[in-house]
Design a protein around this ligand. Structure first.
Ligand code: 3H9
Length: 705
């Protein structure tokens, strides 16, 4: 029998080594499961083979089932690798490096032994793509680590580092870092070759007894996830499967797992989450950039401006091991900025989300400095000074004078013209936008903004830097508000206008929370401070005579109701409590301002609220694509998922709109255009997609086609 092209079988010293070689991450793509089954059979049949090792070539063990094949018709396999592995009469050792995820870990759990290098990561992340482990993982993992720990891993989908997996009981042996995994696994296989009976995870029941001592654990888990898992099915089905592992015999548990898996695979939730998974990989790609473009190495960084944003950016860099000089002209501002950074780290340590040792490693990576000369040698500088053009220009002129040749010059402006900023330097090709979202050390989205003269290598290097510090970098063209915020502005405007027309903030908030946002937009406004957008509105109104201001919001700010920090905004707050309480005083102000403007108030349905908020943004997103300022509709979805808390299981703004249909969206937008005027003018692209019966999520700008 010959090797399959994606699975090799070699015999070494009495051990059959089965190597999966399906780049880039050894997903269980076409031919892989069949190859594994054929190899196990070959090992069993060969008298020279006493034991086997299952290992991955390249950078990983096995990253799971091939996600691209979900939702497509595919033949049911006659036999599954999991069953073949644990029925093998000769022991099989899984040798894990890189990732063992989903079906990858499930195959390892069906082996008789598991060894791994310390840097390996193991997990069952199926829930994150709206399904559940369907290769026996929900039945085997609880037998190894106990139902509680298994449920926690399966419902969160997190990756456990190998040392933790060893402690939990998933791994039998940790290989020394640097030791040859293949050699170590072969040696291990030889040691266990003659031990009988073969330890099969399916036969173990001792850990399942924990559930008898704590029968409430399943309902407790359901209650614990209720808020986060709102509107979702997969996390609950995961719990039901682990419960089945405890209450049903193994084979029956497998049947329950299969039945619930099949319920999920083609549901909207799974389709949306799969789409989000691939959209987040696509967003990294800028078409037309040569693959071998030489990029500057980033080993050191500087941040100009020790304010909240600058501090957050410095933390992001330090969190990923990049030494960063924090520059501020004022020693007081520097001291305050560093104090804030220290406090932020200390809060994480107190909450248990950061180890003290990590804080002690990260903090010294941030070095306060007061002069431009002190940062001259850094490979990249990110400016986070005040959001005013004259200040930005002055900073960039000084950076131009001070920084070494080849340094990347990035600005964290959220709306100002990149070309005007780059124009303050003699090296505009090195300048790009790096727009972080607040809080910068937490939010995943980073818009990388291309100016007219930005060099391709500068864009590529800035995108890469973003990924190196754990962000999702997304391309944006240079226009007021770039892409993410620009798509969000119409939402904000409609939010304000609907209140003038008679919808109450608490109704709008309820609609959006039920839709899946963690908080309603008015509660969010109160949290960020109403005065923040007040300044931007004034600037826009001064620049554009047709700009529609928001008189109710402005009135609240002028009354000192600036949000949570002043104890009142759209809502009222009790001292020391962040719970928003609807406030009759706000209702009175709304009525008064609306009457003063001659607006007759009316009631709104929940659907009208949702559609008015989101269709306005869909229309704007289409205009941005038309102008070529964003590459792909799916990039905008990634921005909404990672910048604005859009519910992930709805895929993103454009994916969600496709669920309603481009034609329906276009008709509504056109009707509102008739009723409300220019701000609803439908985008030509929206019309085109509606008329062609196409999908909004597949729209691309000319640059990306
Ligand atoms: C499952 O296993 C179900 C089972 O229970 C059994 C059911 C019966 N499939 O992320 P990267 C591609 S469900 C297809 O940039 P990294 C990815 O699209 C699965 N393709 O690399 C990209 O392609 P491209 C459970 C996949 O190093 C390329 O590989 N497993 C898959 O930053 C590189 O990916 C998961 O959910 C896949 N499974 O991160 C794990 N995985 O170059 C999903 C990756 O064309 N994967 N690709 O854009 C991951 O989380 C990350 O990819 C991983 C590597 C951490 C592995």
């Amino acid at each position: 029998m010959s090797d399959s092209p994606v699975v090799r079988f070699e015999v070494e010293d009495g051990v059959g080594v089965i190597t999966v070689d399906y780049p880039p991450v050894n997903a269980l793509g076409p031919g892989v499961p069949e190859g594994i089954i054929a190899a196990v059979e070959r090992g069993e049949a060969d008298p020279a083979v006493r034991a086997m090792v299952l290992i991955g070539a390249g950078r990983s063990f096995i990253a799971g089932a091939d996600i691209r094949r979900f939702g497509t018709p595919r033949p049911k396999p006659a036999r599954r690798t999991y069953d073949v592995l644990d029925a093998s009469a000769k022991p099989v050792v899984a040798a894990i490096h890189g990732y063992a995820l989903g079906g990858g870990l499930e195959n390892a759990l069906a082996c008789h032994y598991r060894v791994a290098v310390p840097s390996a990561k193991l997990g069952l992340p199926e829930v994150l793509i709206g399904i559940l482990p369907g290769g026996g993982g929900t039945q085997r993992l609880p037998r190894l680590v106990g139902p509680k720990a298994a449920m926690e891993m399966i419902v969160s989908g997190r990756h456990a580092p190998a040392p933790e997996a060893k402690r939990l009981g998933i791994l039998d042996h940790l290989v020394e870092e640097g030791e040859d995994l293949r050699g170590a696994a072969i040696a291990y296989a030889k040691r266990v070759a003659d031990l009988r009976p073969l330890p099969r995870v399916r036969d173990r029941t001792e850990r399942l007894a924990e559930a008898a001592a704590d029968p409430g654990m399943f309902d407790a888990m359901r209650a614990a996830i209720a808020r986060k898992a709102r509107n979702q099915k997969a996390p609950y089905h995961c719990i039901a499967c682990v419960e089945a592992a405890v209450t049903q015999p193994f084979e029956e548990g497998l049947r329950t797992e299969r039945r619930l898996f099949e319920e999920l695979e083609n549901a909207d939730e799974a389709r949306a989450l799969r789409y989000a998974f691939f959209a987040e990989r696509e967003v990294a790609k800028i078409p037309g950039l040569p693959k071998d473009l030489p990029l500057p190495e980033i080993r050191s960084a500087a941040v100009v401006g020790a304010g909240t944003m600058g501090g957050g950016i410095a933390m992001s860099l330090a969190d990923h091991g990049i030494p960063v000089k924090l520059l501020d002209a004022s020693p007081e501002a520097l001291a305050k900025g560093l104090g804030r950074i220290r406090d932020n780290y200390a809060v994480s340590v107190k909450r248990g989300s950061l180890a003290q040792a990590d804080m002690d490693r990260r903090l010294p990576l941030i070095e306060p400095v007061e002069t431009y000369e002190a940062i001259a040698d850094c490979d990249v500088v990110i400016e986070a000074a005040f959001e005013q053009m004259p200040i930005k220009k002055e900073v960039f002129a000084r950076l131009d004078a001070a920084m070494k040749p080849g340094a990347l010059l990035l600005t964290n402006t959220s709306a100002l013209d990149i070309d005007a900023i780059a124009g303050a330097t003699k090296r505009p090709e090195m300048v790009a936008g790096a727009h972080f979202f607040a809080p910068a050390n937490v939010m995943k989205l980073l818009e990388v903004v291309e100016g007219a003269k930005t060099a391709p290598a500068t864009m590529a290097a800035a995108m890469k830097l973003g990924r190196a510090i754990g962000k999702i970098s997304a391309y944006a063209g240079n226009s007021d508000g770039f892409v993410a915020n620009r798509t969000r502005v119409p939402f904000n405007i409609e939010q304000g206008l609907m209140v003038e027309e008679g919808a109450l903030p608490e109704q709008i908030d309820r609609v959006m929370v039920e839709f899946g946002y963690p908080m309603g937009p008015f509660a969010v406004n109160d949290m960020s401070g109403l005065d923040v957008s007040y300044q931007t509105r004034k600037r826009r109104a001064a620049a554009d005579p047709n700009y529609r201001t928001l008189p109710i919001t402005d009135r609240l700010v002028e009354m000192g109701r600036k949000g949570q920090k002043t104890g009142a905004g759209w809502y009222r707050y009790e001292k020391g409590d962040r719970t928003p309480h609807p406030d009759p005083e706000v209702h009175r102000i709304i009525k008064e301002v609306a009457a003063g403007m001659g607006i007759e108030q009316r009631g709104f349905t929940d659907e009208e609220i949702l559609h008015r908020l989101l269709f306005s943004s869909v229309n704007e997103a289409c205009k941005i694509l038309e102008e070529g300022k964003a590459l792909r509709a799916s990039d905008i979805d990634v921005m909404w998922l990672n910048g604005f808390g859009f519910p992930r299981y709805r895929g993103g703004l454009m994916f969600w709109a496709d669920g309603i249909g481009a034609r329906e969206v276009y008709n509504r937008v056109s009707a509102w255009h008739q009723r409300y005027g220019a701000r609803w003018a439908p985008s030509a692209l929206l019309r085109e997609v509606a008329e062609s019966g196409g999908l909004l999520r597949e729209a691309k700008s000319a640059k990306a086609r």
